[in-house]
Design a binder for this molecule. Sequence first.
Ligand code: AP5
Ligand code: MG
Length: 186
Amino acid sequence: MKNIVIFGAPGAGKGTQSDYIVQHFGLTHVSTGDLLRKEIADATELGLRIKSLMDDGQLVSDDIVIEMIDRAVAADRKGMLFDGFPRTVAQAQAFDTLLAKHGREVTCMVDLEVPEEELMRRLLERAKIQGRADDNEVTISHRLTAYREKTLPVAEYYASQGKKIVIDGLGTIKEIWQRILQELER
Ligand code: AP5
Ligand code: MG
């Protein structure tokens, strides 16, 4: 059973490419960002607690997302694509333990690499169309800082396990999908 991690900075195209990957391989898509935004939209107790953090572009606590992932893995029978998780080395370590508990392991990590100017351009473009609360210049810069300081070491974690696949994330959406497909079908 495939358990693929899609990794990259804010705006790298994780969500966009996830749609193609789950469709092609018949996987369950889990985006921690989407799950957290749903808690906020539903104004749950958790949603109220995390709203100000997310609006400021900070990460929510490891415990919260690990619990969400644990529930999603327990419910899945198809294989999964993890989008926006793990985002800290502590999450990656807890994830290995959690997957082992379910008799699974990470198959590989797809790392979408995109320069920062292009990330900012894409997110400000999206801000004009959609209303994501964290798509404004100040919050985007906080998200990029959190990515550099807390999330980038996760790439090294998977590289050291020989599981990191680097994909050039510049080009058209279709071109990037073809690059990913070629690597995943190896
Ligand atoms: P999350 O929802 O994961 O957001 P993110 O990482 O900031 O990334 P985005 O969803 O904005 O970008 P993406 O890489 O999915 O790109 P997309 O395909 O949308 O996290 C949000 C927040 O939740 C975090 O800040 C944190 O607070 C919290 N959180 C989530 N997970 C957490 C965790 N594990 N631990 C702790 N906290 C967590 O593309 C972006 C735009 O570019 C779109 O408009 C798209 O149409 C466009 N685009 C895509 N591909 C291309 C292309 N090739 N060319 C041109 N435009 C393109
Ligand atoms: Mg996304």
